[in-house]
Design a binder for this molecule. Structure first.
Ligand code: BGP
Length: 488
């Protein structure tokens, strides 16, 4: 008997994704402590590299705290979601969202990370947000840590490099699981956990200049181990505290292709993919994959594990796998190929078959299908695409309308490929487009790099009325959801 080829399941979770530090603002209100994200400045295009967070040093932080800099910190103002969440959620409901991904800003709950008691005002804020979502039957999908380590943990312990942070994180997880157990059944432990190897400050709140005798890789993999253990312990706690809970890990997926069919290129691409998938391998299979032994040995990396760690990882794998997908990467061993602009991966080169966004990210919808098929075969667990979208400049017409056919085109092509992957047999739970409402860019701190269906009137320096308005893509996505992806 042949099995019918179907589209998205009837209960497919359509929605959008945000992070507290990029939308909330109110960075010092109601008892919130500073987080690592609050220290990342906006620097005009002419003066900057790719990722501001990569340059954060211990001295810089002390200078900021002492008021010695004139830098602007766009993530501190976000788009005012802290005060406008009701209005914004009403717009998500109008879009027909089944799910809304947000993060809890850890420093709203534990201002210093290691406080004995949580901050009640912070707990109340998210409870109100969840109540508002419930009104519209929108499921929250909550990230516990989205580049928002409490700054005090960075200054006191050097962030996730210290093993002590595991306890603070699990205490925080236990606090929010207990408080929100009736509201939230989908959780993610760490956003883009692999980013720690590209930026230890972003992913782990770590100041590498404080550890001059260690390589960045040594620091990042040790800290990643602490996060793996913390993630497994949080998974365990969630399973104990919340009925029917589902906990996922979250990877910044870098689908990597070989540029040529030279066997060296094939191998190089495979190695790149392995280094990326290491993070999902540990979460899904509950153990370190053998290929990392060689990588660690050849790069003089020693990961210190404590007795019992392996058991914790083994006993508490994630229930599902989620990832962000924006672009694919190409690598080669053959000659000097033209490098891609503005992407985070060392050695990545241009793919002649792909176009790039205004920020140099190579747009590749079919790569999403490739990734989904690979993940399905490798893990055989439910998958969730929790970030995807096009960062673009938008123009407001005189009559206030915003025409964004480029965004519709990008999303349509990616959703089409997801549908193909589902027909290929992939078990896909849902899709949350990144930044359904315009927000502050993670990598550049720009407001003008926009992803939203909903426009926010605010510029890179924080000037504007903050008024929300619908772009053309708003009605397009609304119809996609209403037809469960039938009409694209
Ligand atoms: C991911 C992050 C998000 C985010 C998105 C888009 O890496 O999880 O926080 O913002 O990328 O990136 P950017 O904002 O740099 O365009």
């Amino acid at each position: 008997m042949t099995k019918a080829i179907e589209g998205f399941k009837p209960d497919f979770l359509w929605g959008g994704a945000t992070a507290a530090n990029q939308v909330e603002g109110a960075f010092d209100e109601d008892g919130k402590g500073l987080s690592t994200a609050d220290m990342v400045p906006f620097i005009p295009k002419s003066k900057r590299g790719m990722n501001m967070a990569m340059d954060v040093t211990a001295d810089y932080i002390e200078d900021v705290l002492a008021g010695k800099t004139e830098d602007v910190f766009p993530k501190r103002f976000g788009v005012n979601f802290y005060h406008t969440y009701k209005e914004d959620i009403a717009l998500f409901a109008e879009l027909g969202f089944k799910v809304f991904r947000l993060s809890i800003n850890w420093s709203r709950i534990f201002p210093n990370g290691d406080d004995a008691q949580p901050n009640e005002a912070g707990l109340e804020f998210y409870e109100n947000v969840f109540k508002e979502l419930k009104k519209y039957n929108i499921e929250p999908l909550v990230t516990l840590s989205h580049y928002e380590t409490p700054l005090a943990l960075t200054r006191k312990y050097n962030g996730w490099y210290s093993r002590e942070v595991i306890d603070f994180y699990t205490n925080y997880a236990k606090t929010v699981f207990t408080r929100y157990k009736d509201y939230v059944k989908y959780w993610l432990t760490f956003n883009e956990i692999n980013v720690i190897t590209h930026s230890p400050y972003t992913g782990g709140g770590i100041l590498i200049d404080k550890l001059p005798e260690k390589t960045s890789d040594q620091i990042a993999y040790q800290a990643a181990h602490h996060q793996f253990v913390a993630s497994a312990l949080a998974t365990k706690l969630a399973h104990e505290i919340i009925p029917d809970v589902q906990v996922g890990c979250m990877l910044a997926r870098m689908q990597t292709y070989p540029v040529t069919n030279h066997p060296d290129d094939i191998l190089k691409a495979q190695e790149h993919n392995d280094l990326n998938l290491f993070f999902t391998d540990v979460h899904a299979k509950g153990e370190y994959p053998a290929y990392m032994d060689r990588y660690f040995a050849e790069n003089n990396i020693v990961v210190n594990k404590e007795e019992g760690d392996d058991e914790i990882l083994k006993n508490h794998p994630v229930d599902f796998i989620s990832f962000s997908y924006y672009m694919s990467i190409s690598v080669t061993t053959q000659g000097n190929q033209e490098k891609t602009e503005g992407n985070l991966v060392e050695g990545a080169v241009k793919n002649q078959y792909l176009e790039s966004s205004d920020w140099g990210w190579q747009i590749d919808p079919k790569g999403l299908r490739v990734t989904l098929r690979d993940f399905h075969n490798r893990y055989n667990k439910p998958l969730f695409v929790v970030e995807n979208g096009l960062g673009a400049y938008d123009k407001v017409e005189e009559d206030g309308s915003i025409h964004d056919p480029y965004r519709i085109d990008y999303l349509r092509k990616h959703i089409e490929q997801m549908k193909e992957a589902v027909k290929d047999g992939v078990d896909l739970m849902g899709y949350t487009a990144w930044g359904p409402i315009d927000l502050v860019s993670f990598s550049t701190s720009e407001m003008s790099k926009r992803y939203g269906f909903i426009y926010v009137d605010q510029d890179d320096e924080g000037n504007g009325t903050l008024k929300r308005s619908k772009k053309d893509s708003f009605n397009w996505y609304k119809n996609v959801i209403a037809t469960n992806g039938e009409e694209l």
